[in-house]
Design a protein around this ligand. Structure first.
Ligand code: NAD
Length: 483
């Protein structure tokens, strides 16, 4: 395993590191006695300083040509690419994922920067309309300072999904990483900020208090938030006081609908990628599996056979299929959920293997669990578990399973699995969700050009894709004169 030097991370304001009075520790969720680093705890005064620096930078950055902004964002993308080998182990040690998951976070983050660099110039072009009576110009102008608040599960890509569209359209940004995975991201952002004018990228640290100060600051004109649904409500409420525009990427409870014409052995390996990757801590992970009742036994037995092959251990252990949960709150929540289902009479199988049984209690490790004999109203079906435990629920008819899939407060991702794509498409069109994937439901299902986001309590607005996302970072300015 890699040995790492303990990091000390400060705030980043106007390309200067700012020290604070208090620092908080970040521990390895797979080795709780190991402190990875210390991070400067910001105050609302620090937030104010960061926003003022971002605003001052905005006054020049907005006038930089889009071609030059794209060139600089591409330089920042190169920094990200070059930083991966140095930072990926650190990311594993603070967020608990395995190495390929950390690498995916960097690769996707790099892809996002390059994607927005490639579409910005065409999007930012103004449109002129002339007729006998008038001349109209429809122009796009940046909003100003963007406040970006991100969670711990995939910190690199989730930050780049905000930073890239914000910067290419001429905004500046203040980023608040999650307190349980802030270090690799902050080192990366500090390096990226160096290739941009001072104040274009700023980073503050803390939890609800600091996040709340950012969402309330009058000079912040847009909030791009990814996190839990309850936090999203607080963010939207705070942002409403100053009419900030918000993009909210919130929780999910994605259904996977398995139609009865599938070959079970063929689909399960693909389906599993969407269930246990990142220990189930992905917003669009498969969180409920619906199986036609006639094939339930075969599906359940085959599924459990595959899951039993999993090995759970530290993210830097090359044998680990997945790592620990990221933090105590999540660990306790998932364990309580499993206990509750046991007591309610559900059948629960604990599967897989512990890679380091002696060190098991020193981390937030949970083996993969498969749950059956649950109903639509069981907690494990209705809530977002965000952990390595999955319910399998039987259904009778296709109309019935569509109702069950839609019977949720969430609507982020979803999937339909069938040998008949036309049939799958008919079902997919009836699912209430931001995205529905056919015969896939994992990182492989994403496309940078495809808008991603939720309906219902899964959020407002979209990230990824071009026009829809970029339009959330600009104001349309219409100019017309009558001849
Ligand atoms: P969280 O809501 O606890 O925290 C997210 C961020 O918000 C953190 O940086 C946190 O410090 C900050 N925060 C907390 N209180 C705040 C407040 N009052 N005002 C402003 N900011 C505040 O979420 P988490 O536990 O870090 O992440 C897990 C959740 O994120 C899950 O529900 C998951 O589904 C969701 N998520 C959604 C997406 C998506 O794209 N839809 C992607 C990843 C994660």
């Amino acid at each position: 395993m890699e040995t790492l030097v303990k990091s000390r991370v400060n705030l980043l304001i106007n390309n200067q590191e700012v020290l604070t009075q208090n620092y908080f520790e970040v521990r390895d969720p797979g080795k709780l006695n190991e402190v990875i680093g210390e991070v400067a705890l910001g105050t609302s005064e620090d937030v104010n300083n960061a926003v003022k620096a971002a605003h001052s930078a905005f006054l020049s950055w907005k006038n930089v040509s889009v071609q030059e902004r794209v060139r600089l964002v591409l330089s920042a993308a190169k920094v990200l690419e070059d930083s991966m080998s140095e930072l990926k182990h650190l990311l594993v040690k603070e967020h608990g994922g395995v190495l390929w998951e950390a690498e995916t976070d960097f690769y996707l983050g790099n892809g996002v920067l390059n994607y927005y660099a490639s579409v910005a110039e065409s999007y930012m072009k103004s449109e002129q309309i002339e007729d006998k009576t008038s001349w109209i110009s429809i122009e796009k102008v940046p909003k100003g300072v963007v406040g970006a608040i991100v969670p711990w599960n995939m910190p690199i890509i989730l930050t780049m999904m905000k930073l890239a569209p914000a910067l290419v359209t001429g905004n500046t940004i203040v980023i608040k990483p999650s307190p349980t995975a802030p270090i690799a991201l902050s080192i990366l952002l500090k390096n990226m900020a160096r290739v941009l004018p001072d104040g274009v990228i700023n980073v503050i640290h803390g939890d609800a208090e600091v996040g709340s100060a950012l969402t309330q600051h009058p000079l912040v004109k847009k909030i791009a938030f990814t996190g839990g649904t309850e936090t999203g409500k607080a963010v939207a409420t705070n942002a409403a006081n100053s009419f900030k525009s918000v993009t909210l990427e919130l929780g999910g409870n994605d259904p996977a609908i398995i139609l009865d014409d599938v070959k079970v052995e063929n689909i399960i390996p693909k389906l599993l990628k969407g269930v246990y990757t990142r220990s189930g801590q992905i917003c669009f992970a498969v969180k409920r599996i619906y199986v036609q009742e006639n094939m339930l036994d075969k599906f359940y037995n085959t599924f459990c056979e595959f899951v039993d092959e999993y090995k759970v251990g530290h993210g830097l252990d090359q044998e680990a299929s997945f790592g620990p949960l990221n933090n105590k709150k999540q660990y306790e929540f998932v364990n309580n959920l499993i206990e509750k289902e046991k007591q309610s009479g559900a059948t629960i199988r604990k599967l897989g293997k512990k890679l380091d049984p002696d060190g098991w209690k020193d981390g937030y490790y949970i083996l993969p669990h498969v749950v059956k004999d649950v109903t639509q109203s069981s907690s494990i079906v209705s809530c977002e578990q965000f952990g390595p435990v999955i319910p399998i629920i039987p259904y009778k008819t296709v109309d019935g399973v569509i109702k069950m899939a839609n019977d949720s407060e969430y609507g982020l991702g979803s999937s339909v699995w069938s040998s008949d794509v036309d049939n799958a498409l008919k079902v997919a069109r009836q699912v209430e969700a931001g995205s529905t994937f056919i015969n896939t439901h994992s990182f492989d299902s994403l496309s940078l050009g495809m808008p991603f986001g939720g309906v219902k309590n899964s959020g407002i607005g979209r990230e990824l894709g071009d026009e829809l996302t970029l339009s959330a970072y600009v104001n349309y300015h219409s100019i017309r004169y009558l001849k």
